[in-house]
Design a protein around this ligand. Sequence first.
Ligand code: FES
Length: 215
Amino acid sequence: MSIKKVSKEQPDKFEFNPKNLEIANKIISNYPKGKQKSAVMPLLYIAQNQNHNWIPLAAIKYIAKVLSMPYIKVYEVATFYSMYNLSPVGKYFVQICTTTPCMIRGAYKLVEVCKEKISEKEKSLSKDGKCSWMEVECLGACVNAPMMQINEDYYEDLDKEKCEKIINQIINDKKLEEIIETIYQNKIPKPGSYSGRINAEPVNNRKTLLGNKNA
Ligand code: FES
């Protein structure tokens, strides 16, 4: 597991924009009185989305104030989970799972692709500043190993060639750059399994529950 790096360059101020403030207040209101600090994780996530996929220290202070929590408690949460970035990442943020099931199914071949195509060192931006990558622990899609996450989508049942194809699409397709704002609607590159199976169904066809279409 890689060590979390806090950016040396930090903005002086952070606060939620009006839309995110509304969402944050709605989330906080889901918790009983006195338990508002339970909203710390979704609030950190909102801050990360608002700030181009990374959380500045000013946002941690801001959230601590909003939830009446000690700064260090919010900092502990933000530094513990790999889903929170504390320094800038690329617009395309590639996370390769290298935990055992993915590792024995070839995850380090995907790491090689990232080193070659994005940057030799993890957590460094590519030359054009568009992409960055890092190794992460299990992302919960072990049945479809090896896999990677790009921004909020999962790409599964990969091998070196398939990974290369996806990364090339990200790096080279100018159209992708133009439609970055709507990438989730367009689903390019298409997320999901790259072996042709649906979700996590058996690789060599189903052997049980044959009468149940949705099992
Ligand atoms: S081990 Fe890679 S997703 Fe679980």
